[in-house]
Each structure stands twice: as structure tokens, then as C-alpha cells.
Ligand binder design. Structure first.
Ligand SMILES: CCC(=O)SCCNC(=O)CCNC(=O)[C@H](O)C(C)(C)COP(=O)(O)OP(=O)(O)OC[C@H]1O[C@@H](n2cnc3c(N)ncnc32)[C@H](O)[C@@H]1OP(=O)(O)O
Ligand SMILES: O=CC(=O)O
Ligand SMILES: [Mg+2]
Length: 356
């Protein structure tokens, strides 16, 4: 473990200064595409302005014999395109694979100045982040990069779960963590073959009423514990939590429900695997205009944020002021990037304040 005094020291001579705080940039959807798939690659210029993050995926879902083509495809796309405000991320292959080292050597050398975040799959503990951290510092120094590339871990192994706090705090490069429900289910030996989402067998049943009346059942969220634990680890270390993939592409309603559970628990975004999931993530991870208007109203009424007041029969105090600030600050950050959202938030706020 590095001494706290050295935590923010660059890990290679000539590497950029690590960030002191994770910059909050909208990342409601991390849109995955396979850079070796010509049809998907052709859609990138149209998709880029509609998403917060575009991610060139090199790991699972890219066939073994397409790994090199995917890496080369990403270099070509990144070198050519200007994505404006949209972030460019990549998911490299896992650290025990034959491809991970070349993924980093190639990408940082060729297009490191365009890459915002490297997503690292199957992270087991802080040692994996330390390895990537040092290697990135060496490669950044060699490439003459002026800003550090951040690191995002996928939570998808039982050891990763057990070590989630130390992973979150392993380096100033840590930007966030995503849940990887498919690999996590497999490695935990969970008996679900779904990618995220609920399961009809995971339920609680109403108590018997003494007669033969049917007993209602209520499906539960298989991922509640895992997401909540991830959110706490991230919040404790000032990094951002994300729900990962939802595999039932056609079931956009259940996808929306799963994303919303994650949003309410503290996640800032989720992955979109198919274009239809982009709008779902955008809707869910942008607070509703009515909620934003309420948050702004409470903050206006609370002044310096101390004391207690009643608004519409509800008690507000220092803690609710902070809750409202979370919503209002998120709304402001998203509105800065999205004029339609800004107009919706401002209209709702004006309507609420005009009623007073
Ligand atoms: C579970 C654990 C994980 O690791 S999840 C992360 C890894 N998985 C991925 O990245 C999957 C990414 N998505 C995909 O591969 C495809 O969307 C899958 C799910 C296979 C569906 O593809 P397909 O059968 O072509 O769907 P479709 O006919 O409805 O597609 C319509 C057009 O849209 C395109 N498309 C599809 N997905 C994307 C995408 N993610 N980004 C950009 N474009 C996409 C298709 O190529 C298709 O294009 P066209 O209209 O034929 O020209
Ligand atoms: O990589 C994601 C997963 O669910 O596995
Ligand atoms: Mg995975």
C-alpha cells in the first residue's frame, strides 16, 4: 500500500499529475460497440452525439479471432473522429488474457490523448488496479500525454466483491465501478442464465391466511445487495457507481425498472448494449423535472441549508437540503450538456415557484 503522502505522486517520471477529484461528467449511458463489426462501427458517428460515453469493447462479445481487428478498429475510429463532449472509453481484455498488455500498449501509444477511461474487467483486488496504474503511467509518459487516463473496474468476481472497498480506493485514477451481473452470476455459481434483471423464482410469498386462498408472491431484486454494496464502496472513495448490462434487449420495460432501481440506490448510469437502450438510460438517469423543481424549491426555502421548515406538509432540514442538493447538482450538470433537459427543468421550476 502506498503511503498517503505518495498517493497523488505520478507513478512514472514524466507521467501527468493524477487527478485529486474524479471529474463529474455526465455518463448516464456507456454505449458499447464492437470496433471490429463494420455495421456497428458505421453507426458510431450518428450514435456519438446521442450518448454520454462511447465505449469500444475489446473483451467479451468480441470473438477471439476478432480481438486484433477490434483493437485496430478502435485505433482507427478514435484517430479519425472528434467526439466533442462525448467521452471515449475502452474495455480492455482481462489481465490474465493474451491480449490485455497489447490492448494498453497499442491504445495508449496511438490514441491515448483521445481516451478518457479504460474499463478493466474481472478485477479481483487492488493489485490489479496497481498493475494497470503503473503501466498506464509509463505509457502516458512515453506518449507525452498531458492528462491521466482514468480507470473503471467491473465488479464481476467473488474476490472483487470481497475487496470492493480496496478496489475503489486503490488509485487516484479510479473513476468508477460497474456491476457485471453475467460474470458475477457465473463465478458465484448463481443459478440464473439471465444478464442482469430479476428472476421469477427469486420472490417472497404472502403468509397463509388460514383458508385455501391463493397467496400472492412478490418478485425481489436479485442484485439489490450487490449494487448497494458497490454504491457504498464508490461513495466512500469519491468515485462513481454504475449498473452494468441488461441482456434482454427486447424487454425495454424491465430494463428501465432495473436501471431505475440502480439510479435510486445511487448509480449514475448503466451500459447500453443496443441502440434501443440509449433512450432508456437517458430517461432513467436524468432526474425527473418535477423532482428537480421540488429540490430547487426546498433549497430556495432553506436559505443557508440549516434549520427546519415545513413545505407542503413535509418537514425539511439540513439533511433533506443535502438530499435536494444531490438532485439539483445532477440536474445542473446534465442540463449543461442537454438543452432540452435544461428547458424541461427550468419550465418545471418556474411552474412550481409561480404557484407560491
Ligand atoms: C453480458 C456481459 C457483457 O460483457 S455485456 C457487454 C458486451 N456485449 C456487447 O457489447 C454487445 C453489444 N451489442 C451487440 O453485439 C448487438 O447489439 C446484439 C445484442 C448482438 C444485437 O445485434 P443485432 O442482432 O445486429 O441487433 P439489431 O438487428 O436489432 O441491430 C440493428 C442495427 O443496429 C446495429 N447495432 C446493434 N447493436 C449496436 C450497438 N451496440 N452499437 C451500434 N450499433 C448497433 C446493428 O449492427 C444493426 O445495424 P444494421 O441496421 O443492420 O446496419
Ligand atoms: O461484463 C459484464 C458482465 O455482466 O459480465
Ligand atoms: Mg463480464
Amino acid at each position: 500500500m502506498r503511503s498517503p503522502k505518495d498517493f497523488f505522486r505520478p507513478l512514472a517520471v514524466g507521467a501527468p499529475q493524477p487527478v485529486r477529484e474524479v471529474p463529474f461528467r455526465p455518463s448516464r449511458m456507456i454505449h458499447f460497440f464492437d470496433p471490429s463489426n463494420p455495421k456497428m462501427a458505421a453507426k458510431v458517428p450518428d450514435i456519438a452525439p446521442t450518448v454520454d460515453v462511447l465505449l469500444g469493447n475489446l473483451e467479451d462479445a468480441v470473438a477471439a479471432d476478432r480481438k486484433e481487428a477490434a483493437r485496430a478498429g478502435l485505433v482507427e475510429i478514435a484517430a479519425k473522429a472528434d467526439f466533442g463532449d462525448t467521452q471515449l472509453w475502452t474495455r480492455i481484455n482481462s489481465l490474465d488474457s493474451p491480449w490485455a498488455l497489447d490492448d494498453l500498449l497499442t491504445l495508449v501509444g496511438a490514441v491515448g490523448h483521445k481516451l478518457d477511461v479504460v474499463m478493466v474487467p474481472k478485477v479481483e483486488g487492488a493489485q490489479d488496479i496497481h498493475y494497470v496504474d503503473r503501466l498506464l503511467a509509463q505509457l502516458e509518459a512515453k506518449a507525452g500525454l498531458e492528462r491521466p487516463i482514468l480507470v473503471h473496474a467491473i465488479l464481476e468476481t467473488p474476490s472483487g466483491m470481497a475487496n470492493v472497498e480496496e478496489i475503489a480506493g486503490a488509485s487516484p485514477r479510479m473513476q468508477g465501478i460497474s456491476l457485471g451481473p453475467a460474470d458475477l452470476a457465473a463465478s458465484r455459481r448463481m443459478k440464473t442464465t439471465r444478464v442482469g434483471g430479476g428472476h421469477p423464482g427469486y420472490l417472497v410469498r404472502q403468509d397463509p391466511s388460514g383458508d385455501d386462498a391463493p397467496r400472492a408472491t412478490f418478485q425481489q431484486d436479485l442484485w439489490h445487495y450487490t449494487v448497494a454494496r458497490m454504491v457504498d464502496a464508490c461513495a466512500a472513495h469519491g468515485i462513481l457507481p454504475y449498473y452494468g448490462p441488461f441482456g434482454d434487449i427486447k424487454d425495454t420495460l424491465a430494463c428501465e425498472d432495473q436501471f431505475r432501481n440502480a439510479f435510486l440506490l445511487g448509480c449514475v448510469g448503466a451500459w447500453s448494449l443496443h441502440p434501443v437502450q440509449i433512450a432508456v438510460a437517458k430517461r432513467v438517469f436524468s432526474p425527473e423535472p418535477g423532482e428537480v423543481a421540488w429540490a430547487r424549491r426546498v433549497m430556495a426555502a432553506m436559505g443557508d441549508g440549516t434549520g427546519a421548515v415545513m413545505i407542503d406538509g413535509k418537514m425539511q432540514d439540513d439533511a433533506t437540503f443535502k438530499q435536494c442538493r444531490v438532485v439539483a447538482e445532477l440536474a445542473d450538470a446534465l442540463a449543461a450538456r442537454d438543452p432540452e433537459l435544461r428547458a424541461a427543468y427550468d419550465a418545471a421550476t418556474t411552474a412550481v415557484l409561480d404557484q407560491e
